[in-house]
Design a protein around this ligand. Structure first.
Ligand SMILES: *Cc1c(COP(=O)(O)O)cnc(C)c1O
Length: 369
């Protein structure tokens, strides 16, 4: 048996007939940029997430940059992000000219609200929690701190389209959230794509201008802007895929539960995503990431058994990247430990039960040695 990490080709091949119909219909209309498919996808996402506006943009990184810009964050300001994130979170802060301040993680492996107050200075303007792997951060605590110090909360929800915390969707807690539709994300298009969730009318108005050269609906230039539009063809694909998305999330959650049940007594595993205390969080399992002993050896053993796994972000948190503007002296022991031990197991809606069970069996076999 061979277990792939993510089946890129099958995303198309398994639904080829419907997808070629979508391509043909959109291209035959000559509908390439900001056409009805974009509007429809924005409308459908708004309903799905229960937010007051959803704006499609070119990619998840742009979504964060535009949110920061719309919030007026730039030169001289500081933004707190977790070091446990993709470099794109930090890049967004870098490209608006603000200073990146890195926070350690808590028991949920997400930004730890308890360390935030120590990182806040007079220059702090924003906290950007990252809902890694499709689990929402401890938003009650983060919002409390945001309120106390008058900070904007902008969510990196790139991995969390449809994830919920106390019944509310990712992106709806503060000023807004950025979503990514990169192909391997829970809802992926066939190229790059992104979206912005917001309940703030002023922010949404600014972002609609920013993403399209500063132009309003009549084509009049009202502000400086960028070109950060989602291709209409990608919007049509996303619209099509959104129909089946709730089923795909159910399947991801089911797979996570099978892994959880199968591995909960395995002594080599030191951390697994939460399942039992899932009452306030509705996780969408963008990834199934665990921590374990002898991580590299386990990865090799699984590879020899034709099971593909991934060490996220090449095993490097943001503070270990040697880039200008990154404080590589940051003391983030929990994040360091996490990146020493973490590994992601295959999880995607097309994964079969027998493949999941094969992965479980091989992990148990490894630690029984
Ligand atoms: C994917 C991702 C991004 C960036 O999204 P792109 O669409 O690739 O620009 C940002 N943050 C996190 C946490 C991500 O996983």
């Amino acid at each position: 048996m061979e277990v792939h990490f993510f089946p890129y080709k099958e995303l198309y091949l398994n639904d080829k007939l419907n997808l070629t119909n979508v391509f043909d219909e959109v291209l035959s209309r000559g509908a390439f940029i900001l056409q009805k498919d974009c509007d429809e996808f924005e409308e459908n996402s708004k309903k799905f997430l229960n937010c007051s506006d959803f704006i499609t943009v070119a990619n998840g990184t742009d979504a964060l940059i535009l949110l920061l810009r719309a919030a007026g964050i730039g030169n001289g300001d500081e933004v707190i992000i977790p070091s446990h994130t993709y470099i794109a979170t930090a890049a967004a802060v870098h490209y608006v000219g603000a200073k990146i301040v890195l926070a350690d993680i808590g028991i949920d492996k997400l930004i730890n609200p308890k360390v935030l107050e120590d990182l806040i200075t007079e220059k702090t303007k924003c906290i950007m929690p990252v809902h890694v792997n499709g689990r929402i951060c401890d938003m009650d605590e983060i919002l409390k701190i945001g309120e106390k110090y008058n900070l904007s909360i902008i969510e990196d929800a790139a991995q969390a389209f449809g994830a919920k915390y106390k019944g509310k969707s990712a992106g709806t807690f503060g000023l807004g959230g950025g979503i990514s539709f990169y192909p391997a994300k829970v809802l992926g298009c066939f190229g790059d794509g992104g979206g912005i969730v917001t309940n703030d009318k002023t922010i949404s108005k600014k972002i609609r201008l920013l993403r399209d050269h500063g132009r309003d609906e009549n084509g009049e230039v009202k502000s400086w802007g960028l070109n950060s539009r989602l291709d209409n063809l990608q919007a049509a694909i996303l619209n099509h895929k959104l129909k089946n998305f709730p089923k795909e999330i159910s399947r991801r959650r089911q797979i996570a539960e099978i892994y959880y049940e199968g591995l909960k007594n395995c002594k080599g595993i030191t951390y697994m995503p939460f399942f039992e205390d899932d009452k306030q969080n509705f996780d969408i399992f963008q990834n199934f990431e665990i921590c374990c002993k002898d991580r590299d050896q386990l990865k090799d053993f699984l590879f020899q058994n034709n099971i593909k796994t991934i060490i996220q972000w090449a095993g490097m948190p943001v503070h270990q990247s040697n880039l200008p503007g990154i404080n590589s002296q940051s003391m983030l022991p929990k994040t360091d430990k996490f990146f020493n031990d973490c590994i992601m197991l295959p999880i995607h809606p097309l994964l079969l039960d027998k493949e999941i069970n094969f992965v479980i069996e091989k992990i148990i076999e490894y630690y029984a040695k």
